[in-house]
Design a binder for this molecule. Structure first.
Ligand code: B12
Length: 218
């Protein structure tokens, strides 16, 4: 069962869905920014944005909504996420590289996850959909990343990449997520499969990053 939805967030969710039907970007932005300010990133993502994306995705599949609504809401959510990305500075700041493996286009939940890590004071470097494995490795090395998170809906997105993911995991903790990762029958032990619960997943990545940030003793 998901987290209990507070009445205000329930209202925000209904308003964002109605504004999506009306292609009213100003209202989507206003309601989401208010929810973020009042309830924070975790609650807004899990109780407003993800349910709206699910409703719109299901509505699109069933023909209740159109491709126009899916594109519109994706663009509107990305716009709001962009407004949140203030730079994070300081010696304790950790860096995460986010990407979807080659040929994987479902990047929006990963972007939302990035916002949740950013709220935990991570520098988030997002390479987006359909990223070559070589580019992910290059970014991780160049940035001295503390973690890499890859997400995909289809199992095949990971299956074909297990050797390169395992190689990457020798130099940086690698987390894999989304339906495709969860469907892997026997994921290599070097990779950590994240839960579908984004808050639980963010806590896990944050905890691993925190362990790495601790100074060595002795
Ligand atoms: C929107 C959408 C798209 C958009 C993606 C937009 C974007 N930039 O993200 C576009 C139009 C690009 C797209 C394309 C395709 N899609 Co599509 N798409 C969907 C749709 C309608 C909604 C997905 C969505 O965003 N859901 C909302 C999110 C919040 O829910 P979720 O994906 O279930 O994620 C949950 C968990 O898995 C988890 N999670 C997911 N990612 C992450 C990441 C992290 C870090 C963590 C911690 C957790 C996590 O968190 C969520 C919370 O519960 C679904 C059907 C549906 N109704 O869900 C199909 C669906 C995912 N698509 C599908 C397919 C087949 C395709 C295409 C191949 C279609 C085609 N023939 O062209 C293409 C190409 C895909 C590719 N190569 O990657 C299939 C996947 C089937 C499968 N498992 O193989 C689905 C299920 C439709 C179907 N019933 O067949 N798609």
């Amino acid at each position: 069962m998901g987290p209990a939805t507070t009445p205000d967030l329930e209202e925000a969710r209904a308003r964002v869905l109605a504004a999506t039907r009306d292609l009213d970007g100003a209202t989507v932005r206003e309601v989401l920014l208010d929810a973020l300010l009042i309830s924070g990133v975790d609650a807004t993502v899990t109780q407003v944005i993800l349910p709206v994306l699910k409703d719109v995705g299901d509505g699109w599949e069933s023909g209740r909504l159109g491709v126009v609504h899916e594109h519109f809401v994706s663009g509107a959510v990305r716009g709001v996420l962009g407004e949140l990305r203030l730079p994070v500075h300081g010696s304790q700041v950790r860096t995460v590289v986010l990407a979807c493996p080659p040929r994987e286009l479902h990047d929006l939940p990963l972007e939302l996850f990035g916002a949740m890590l950013h709220a935990r004071w991570w520098r988030v470097v997002s390479l987006g959909a359909n990223t070559p494995m070589t580019a992910i490795g290059e970014a991780a090395r160049f940035l001295g990343a503390d973690a890499c998170v890859l997400a995909g809906v289809r199992r095949s997105a990971f299956e074909a990449r297990l050797p390169s993911l395992t190689r990457l995991a020798r130099s940086v903790p690698v987390f894999i997520a989304g339906e495709g990762a969860m469907a892997l029958p026997d994921p290599p032990r070097d990779l950590t499969v994240l839960s579908a619960d984004l808050v639980e997943a963010a806590e896990l990545v944050d905890a691993v990053g925190a362990r790495l940030a601790e100074p060595a003793v002795g």
